[in-house]
Ligand binder design. Structure first.
Ligand code: SF4
Length: 390
């Protein structure tokens, strides 16, 4: 098969992590849930892109950067409002400190968010580089901003993302790279190296052709591990977890991909169906809320004007009065009924109570058999819908 799309650093890493996961993501096109850390990273990156994206000096003010950040904040994937607010404040803090540290040496970069598309040994590759500067001697300096946890020590020395950027810059911009940097924004610390060696470049080229060839041969063997599968959104679809009878944890057994319950066509439809279902439920809820508000307004007008009936062009409404009772102490009410000898009259047989009795392990078998003969049990299925940002 052809590659479903050009390879990028992240899709190569995904294939290496678990080929089955790559298949779910890029061949079956089943999206993963939004993740708050991606939303946070993108929000801060976009604010920096605004900061460095000016065409002429002066640099934007701190207020302008923060206001851009606020207006372009991405809310998806946060657990709740509290978590989102915490991250939002962290982002503001990072931008303020970054601004204070760099406003004095502000220079318009050679490129901001440089998007590249090219081929490495015949394999289409795509990517985006946060920032490229030209050094005084005409060479290139590449910076990748990171917003996550602290970088592993010496990651800059061999990281494939920077190797790919080095290859792309040299091939497409025609100048040698003399500085590669990971800039960790929360700590404002940089890991810098001059450039990656020819050996590292050659290893990455080999990896790219190997991954592309495996995808073309449709090699999508799952690669399960406790850590990897625990956070994988595709676990409910993954062949490794089909028919294992396990609810949690991992299975060391690798199942063949054809045990997947969904056909590829069906899997492709599922995201659209889930979203449509969610949107319809949201619309129903919104309509119910709106109808309730309208009802309250009509009742208030009826009360004010003393009306009991009103007409629109398509509908009419009539005022219904119903009396509702509440009893503060049910036990005392029942005791009073018992005392009067009419307790049984107040008890209607409720279906849920009968089912409760039927499922009672201590129930006399004869009564159970009799109730079972009188019953019909059907298994109904329903869906529990949650918004993705939950
Ligand atoms: S659940 Fe594990 S094995 Fe299955 S796709 Fe996800 S990471 Fe791969």
């Amino acid at each position: 098969m052809e590659l479903p799309r050009p390879l990028s650093h992240s899709s190569i890493s995904l294939y290496e992590e678990c080929p089955q996961k790559y298949k779910f993501r890029y061949i079956d096109k089943i999206p993963e849930k939004p993740k708050h850390f991606f939303s946070f990273g993108s929000s801060v990156h976009e604010a920096l892109e605004f900061f460095y994206g000016v065409k002429t000096l002066p640099a934007p003010s701190l207020e302008a950067v923060l206001s851009y950040y606020r207006e372009h904040w991405i809310s998806a994937g946060y657990k709740d409002n509290v978590q989102e607010q915490e991250y939002f404040a962290d982002g503001e803090d990072i931008l303020k400190r970054f601004y204070q540290k760099h406003i004095a040496d502000f220079q318009i970069p050679f490129f901001v968010e440089y998007k590249f598309d090219f081929k490495v040994d015949g394999v289409p590759i795509t990517g985006r580089i946060d920032r490229i500067d030209k050094t005084p001697d005409g060479k290139l300096s590449v910076t990748d901003y990171k917003t996550g946890k602290a970088l592993e020590k010496e990651r800059v020395l061999t990281d494939g993302q920077l190797t790919l950027y080095q290859i792309a810059c040299e091939e497409l911009l025609g100048a040698p790279v003399s500085r590669l940097s990971f800039y960790h924004l929360p700590t404002l610390k940089e890991q810098v190296i001059e450039r990656h060696t020819e050996e590292i470049v050659s290893d990455l080229r080999k990896k790219i052709t190997r991954v592309a060839s495996s995808i073309s041969k449709e090699l999508f063997e799952p690669s399960p591990s406790e850590q990897r599968c625990r956070w994988c959104d595709y676990k409910p679809l993954c062949p490794v977890y089909q028919n294992t009878g396990r609810k949690n944890g991992t299975s060391s057994k690798k199942a063949a991909p054809q045990t997947l319950v969904l056909t590829e066509e069906a899997a492709e439809d599922i995201p659209a169906l889930v979203d449509r279902y969610g949107e319809m439920r949201q619309k129903i809820r919104a309509s119910m809320d709106e109808a309730e508000e309208l009802k309250k307004k009509i009742l208030a007008l009826f009360q004010e004007k003393g009306f009991v009936r009103a007409f629109g062009k398509k509908f009419e409404v009539n005022l219904l009065e119903k009396t509702e009772w509440e009893f503060s102490d049910k036990n005392q009410v029942l005791a009073a009924l018992k005392k009067a000898g009419i307790y049984e009259r107040a008890l209607a047989p409720r279906l849920d109570r009968i089912v409760e009795i039927l499922e009672d392990a201590d129930l006399h078998q004869e009564l159970k058999d009799e109730l079972l003969k009188l019953s019909q049990k059907t298994q109904k299925k329903d869906l529990k819908l949650n918004p993705l940002s939950d």
